[in-house]
Design a protein around this ligand. Structure first.
Ligand SMILES: [Zn+2]
Length: 498
């Protein structure tokens, strides 16, 4: 689909219903809207970006990632009538041209051509069950399997994040939501941790066309490694990830406290990657205190003009893969806090492997975005499709999730030391970097060309410098290192943003 025709009206499931069913359902939803005081937010606009085709994809029976959780989320949102308080957009697939703004072309070629049917013929070493299936070939394997419609799935969730970012930059939206996005582990040429395309990086690239500084906040239980790597060498994106950290035993094993960006002080990305490593079992009170103690000073110091909030729901208690003890309300308090700064906000999903709790959390967080959370009856409306699916904990938005087998191993003294360390890092930041907006080309292609040109000039200068400094202990010029980053695949500093 050509650019410009990016959005059309989002149609609810009513097309499958008869006229009388539709009327009956509409009247029930109307009652919920009135009963829960749902109305369009005053003074700001919230947009919802989704394509129901994403929900139909299937990673495999035993795989923990269930796109169906998006169906559950949407059904709760619509049962309450929250969709009437937002601009709803049917997003389209990202084009190859858009995907290669971050990803390598050969990787996108692979994703767009591989199928479960041609896997054995074209890539015999990747055949499920064959030795090496989990080997490093663009990262595909057990965690990131090749399934039917893979490329459609990837392009659709990425397209939704790109559309959402564009709505923010065009000031048509103040808070844009894409629960199908947030796939933070994907690298430039590597699938990782159930993520193939990094929609967050693509969305941030859109935001950077108009915004001098973007703050990325990640509350998934896993480290937001893909986003951190992508913007490793720039000060125009500050990445901040809260996650369980264990180098040896917890995926992806990165994101310690002292991982704060490139170590060379001349690299503009130095001190612009912040990490909050946590242990098992953190609870609502500790998490909320920690989140506000870290995020507040980051916003005050960095002064972002746009924020991207990754709301991975695997940080909830009772998650199939997670190990925290957060309740829906504790998780949602992060959204409330970030929203309170009134900075253009892109909200995306991420992990979350107990689908009914993912749906509860993201529906609750949608209500926060539209300012309807305070008056919302937590009992799921009777007409909510799949309501029986929530029976285990009762048909409520807020089941107790804090009682898990994970003891809280985050004593207050540890959390205070983390806050102190993060604030220390912020002192190195030298305030918010300014960007002369006139220097930002109107499109990424132009931007890339400008970077390429500069890199060429830098390469020449580097050669000259090298000749001058021959024997100077292999001192790398800053420019040469950045070029190395540009050429590298799946390593830090994949994308240098000036
Ligand atoms: Zn995760």
């Amino acid at each position: 689909m050509a650019r410009g025709t990016t959005v059309t009206e989002y149609l609810p499931r009513s097309s499958k219903l008869s006229a009388s069913d539709t009327f009956s359902l509409s009247s029930k939803i109307q009652r919920e809207i009135e009963r829960n005081g749902i109305s369009r937010p005053k003074g700001y606009t919230v947009s919802w970006h989704a394509n129901p085709e994403v929900e139909k994809h299937h990673f495999g029976m035993a795989h923990p990632m269930k796109p169906w959780r998006l169906t559950l989320t949407k059904e709760i949102v619509m049962a309450y009538g929250m969709h009437t308080a937002m601009d709803t957009h049917l997003s389209r697939a990202a084009t190859v041209e858009e995907l290669v703004e971050f990803h390598k072309e050969d990787y996108i070629d692979f994703l767009s051509s591989v199928t479960p049917q041609n896997l054995g013929t074209n890539y015999p070493w990747l055949k499920p069950g064959a030795v090496g299936y989990s080997g490093p070939f663009f990262g595909v394997g057990e965690d990131c399997p090749i399934f039917d419609g893979l490329f459609e799935y990837c392009s659709l969730y990425a397209g939704a994040s790109i559309d959402a970012a564009r709505k923010l930059t065009s000031h048509q939206s103040d808070i844009a939501i894409n629960w199908s996005g947030g796939l933070h582990h994907a690298k430039k040429a590597e699938a990782s941790g159930f993520c193939y395309i990094n929609d967050i990086v693509l969305a941030i690239l859109q935001l950077l066309r108009h915004h001098p500084r973007v703050l990325y906040i990640d509350i998934d239980v896993h480290h937001g490694d893909g986003v951190e790597q992508a913007f490793w060498s720039t000060d125009r994106v500050l990445t901040l990830s809260f996650h369980k950290y264990d180098k040896e035993t917890f995926f992806p094993g990165t994101g310690p406290l002292d991982d704060t960006g490139p170590t060379h002080p001349d690299n503009p990305g130095a001190h612009h990657s912040l990490n909050v490593p946590l242990n098992d079992g953190i609870d609502d009170v500790s998490y909320q205190w920690l989140f506000e103690s870290v995020v507040g000073p980051c916003i005050d110091t960095y002064r972002p003009t746009a924020i991207v909030l990754q709301c991975g729901a695997d940080s909830l208690g009772h998650d199939r893969l997670g190990c925290f003890n957060l309740n829906i309300q504790g998780h949602g308090s992060c959204v409330s806090y970030v929203k309170s700064f009134k900075i253009p906000l892109l909200v995306v999903g991420g992990g979350g492997y107990t689908p009914r709790n993912v749906a509860r959390a993201w529906a609750h967080e949608t209500s926060i975005c539209i300012g309807a959370d305070k008056g919302l009856d937590p009992t799921l409306p009777l007409h909510t499709p799949f309501r029986h699916h929530f029976a285990e904990e009762g048909p409520t938005l807020f089941p107790p999730l804090h009682a898990t087998r994970f003891e809280n191993k985050n004593p207050r003294a540890y959390l205070e030391s983390v806050v102190t360390a993060i604030r220390e890092q912020l002192r190195y930041m030298h305030g918010a970097p300014s960007v002369q907006m006139s220097h930002i080309p109107p499109d990424i292609q132009g931007w890339r060309e400008e970077i390429d040109k500069e890199l060429e000039e830098e390469a020449k200068r580097e050669e000259e410098t090298k000749e001058e400094k021959d024997g100077a202990g292999g001192l790398l010029a800053r420019t040469g290192r950045r070029r190395d980053y540009e050429r590298s695949a799946g390593t830090r500093g994949e994308l240098s943003v000036l």
